[in-house]
Design a protein around this ligand. Sequence first.
Ligand code: ZN
Length: 162
Amino acid sequence: MVMEPTLPNLGVVQPVDSGTTTMTTDSVSPMATPSIDWDALREAARDAQSHAYAPYSNFRVGAAALVDDGRIIAGCNVENASYGMTLCAECAMIGALHMGGGGRLIAVVCFGNDNAVTPCGRCRQLLWEHGGPNLLLEVNGEPRPMSEMLPVAFPEHSVFEN
Ligand SMILES: [Zn+2]
């Protein structure tokens, strides 16, 4: 028998007071949420690919996300000669999130060589930490919550309590 660990109620974000946001009726996570323009996210992710530094794999990746204050942020992958320590586009995007003042992620789209792709396991944990279980990740054209994409994730800020 496999025991499911009891996780704390994560992803509860303080309401954002912004005139440009709309209230959702989501009873799971009541918060002011910017409406998601998936086309704009796809465009930003595709554009981010063009900035990739991928001379070893030639696999150019771009990631883009909607932040809870309405910003769209993006990142590209950055490789180096050690191969194994390649920085994923999601890592660069999270760096951009913090450089821009932080915030919580609402929705994420990733492209690799002009095809929709999904983040690796490491990056799913990274995304979870910055958006929680209700963060939406586009998979095969459909938004799916991080709670499905990374079941039993490390709870943010409490890794050592596992
Ligand atoms: Zn990754």
